[in-house]
Design a protein. Structure first.
Length: 296
């Protein structure tokens, strides 16, 4: 059974393709491995920020309270998903407006369903920011996209490294798949105070994971590049849409480069998770291992 924070059962993929140093395996060909770990696609970037923090947060360490930026991001995801999902209906009379779905956002912020450390902010301030981001997205970003799928939970995908006797089971929820020029691509929403100035490479492996998961679950072929829909939570609510090319190569590698997921597999196998004091998340607020970390 794969190791993970929640301990829930995983179901592996139904395909077999050799990719770089890893193989995506058919359910009937799965080896009984000594080590199996469940990894959320959205957590991959965090490993390269600080492996020690990633290990604590994803391998059973004490869970920290959520933060206002995280609550804002989740609220915007929930409200914009309902806005976009209504537009999958061909009957425009059933389409929801930005105002209709704003209520979902407010309800989420008032009751996020988890403990939140509101230090430096409050519910009212968070609601104002989230509403500004939500409105900007609905009026400026959504109309430029034709979506196929909205907020779809993906089936788990097992990836094995035979030489290490280890398996990573990818999990995740796909934000969007879009159609452009008759071809399908994956889009992911990112919120934050500096969302529009972030290097898209930070999230490349995550998009690569979603491409694999989406092709498996939805039976689609990804031909368009991935997209990051960047929604800034600063006062001007700036938005940007950035293409992300070769996401799967970054995730799995090729004949000349080691994929990011292989680096994670090696650390999981060895148990060597080093700290990175230069990470901008290196603080007691974001890292449960902070108090006992020798690297900071």
């Amino acid at each position: 059974m794969p190791h993970d924070v929640h301990g829930s059962e995983t179901r592996p993929c139904q395909i077999q393709i050799l990719v770089g140093q890893a193989s995506l395996v058919h359910v009937h060909d799965r080896k009984e491995l000594l080590d199996s770990y469940r990894v959320r696609a959205s957590s991959i970037a965090g490993f390269f920020s600080c492996p020690a923090q990633w290990a604590h947060n994803n391998l059973g360490g004490e869970r920290l309270p959520s933060t206002p930026p995280a609550v804002i991001g989740s609220a915007v995801h929930a409200s914009t998903a309902e806005f976009d999902r209504s537009r999958l209906d061909k009957n425009k009379a059933r389409w929801l407006t930005a105002d209709d779905t704003a209520e979902i956002l407010i309800q989420y912020i008032q009751d996020p369903g988890e403990e939140v450390d509101w230090t430096g902010s409050n519910i009212e301030k968070a609601a104002t920011i989230a509403l500004g981001v939500h409105t900007r997205y609905c009026h400026e970003v959504a109309p430029t996209h034709t979506y196929q799928h909205v907020e779809e939970t993906m089936d788990n995908l097992a990836i094995q490294w035979d030489e290490m006797d280890i398996e990573i089971v990818l999990t995740g929820t796909l934000d969007r798949s879009y159609i452009r020029d008759g071809q399908t691509g994956i889009a992911d929403l990112k919120t934050g105070a500096v969302a529009c100035s972030q290097n898209t490479g930070k999230h490349k492996a995550q998009l690569g994971a979603y491409e694999l998961l989406a092709e498996q679950k939805l039976g689609i072929i990804i031909q368009q590049p991935g997209e990051l829909i960047q929604l800034q939570t600063s006062s001007n609510y700036k938005v940007a849409v950035q293409p992300v090319h070769n996401a799967r190569i970054a995730l799995l590698g090729d004949d000349y480069n080691t994929g990011m997921l292989t680096h994670i597999a090696r650390a999981l196998k060895s148990g060597d998770f080093w700290g990175n004091p230069s990470s901008w998340l290196c603080s007691e607020k974001y890292c449960g291992a902070w108090n006992n970390c020798i690297y900071r």
